[in-house]
Ligand binder design. Structure first.
Ligand SMILES: [Zn+2]
Length: 289
């Protein structure tokens, strides 16, 4: 990312963000990884050039997973509609990281990379990408999904759909329903990062959240908000008001008051997971601010 940053205008914030996100994951891993252990010889150089993430990794939560910053970098390097170039760049990166891990003792690549990339497409706004939650660190997925909902990283409709479910019990909340119905004019398709031809039909959870078609496959059900569909649809909605309007939640339970209650419950859940992860220094901020 540091190397790519020097060759990619307007990408510095992505390095700040991925460093913060990696430092945070290091802290909540058991046993934890110190910045020295993660970055070794390059630590001092990174700290000098990118001081902010090191200063805020104890008080701020990441808004998204590290690989999502990589995705933004790769999209920035290519035209957003150049799907082939974007997906092959991601694939090459993950393959080379995995090859490196096999020959060293570094932090496992699967902690930091995503397995699935999703592409949403509409005729009015082109292509929008997302990756799945990239981490196998216990607690991390729960923390980052809640943070993506609460920090406004995800578009309000995606956050609302995800917050319609109780993340502990994987059941729909009785008082709030922000699920949506994705229109047929647009497409939303996910693929394995490491195999550009391998199409992944939406899992049951994504079907329930976003009204994606049920393709009657044996896809396992992932936690609500885990999948690449969430980020990809969020990016689509943020830049395509026409499609977003067609996805307006229609349940009578979708009221501002009920949404506030769902937010408060999500916040409580987040605090509880942070406690279990022994991360006790959060000051209610997200990074970047
Ligand atoms: Zn899914």
């Amino acid at each position: 990312m540091v190397k790519w940053c020097t060759a990619t205008n307007g990408s510095r914030h992505l390095v700040d963000e991925i460093l913060h996100s990696i430092l945070f994951l290091g802290k909540i891993t058991i046993p934890s990884f110190s910045p020295e252990e993660i970055f070794g010889d390059v630590l001092d150089g990174l700290k000098n050039t990118y001081p902010e993430p090191f200063e805020s990794c104890e008080t701020h939560l990441p808004r998204r997973s590290p690989f999502s910053c990589v995705l933004d970098m790769v999209v920035l390097q290519n035209q957003p509609n150049n799907e082939d170039a974007i997906r092959s760049s991601l694939k090459n990166l993950v393959n080379s990281l995995e090859a490196k891990v096999l020959t060293s003792n570094s932090l496992e690549a699967k902690v930091l990379t995503s397995t699935v990339v999703c592409v949403s497409h509409s005729n009015t706004s082109g292509k929008h990408y997302g990756v799945s939650m990239s981490t196998t660190v216990p607690f991390a997925r729960k923390i980052v999904i809640a943070a993506s909902c609460l920090s406004s990283y995800w578009d309000e409709y995606v956050a609302g759909a995800v917050m319609s479910y109780d993340p502990d019990r994987m059941t729909r909340r009785e008082y709030f329903d922000g699920t949506i119905n994705f229109p047929q004019e647009a497409t939303c398709k996910a693929y394995l990062v490491t195999d550009v031809t391998e199409y992944k039909p939406p899992c049951k959870s994504c079907q329930e959240l976003f009204g994606l078609p049920d393709e009657e496959t044996e896809e396992p059900r992932f936690p609500y908000g885990n999948c690449a569909e969430a980020e990809s649809l969020s990016n689509l909605f943020k830049s395509d008001e026409t499609i977003k309007q067609q996805c307006q939640p229609i349940s009578p339970l979708h009221t501002p008051e009920n949404r506030e209650t769902a937010r408060a419950d999500t916040q409580m859940f987040l605090k509880d997971v942070l406690e279990r992860a022994r991360f006790n220094t959060w000051e209610n901020h997200y990074y970047p601010a």
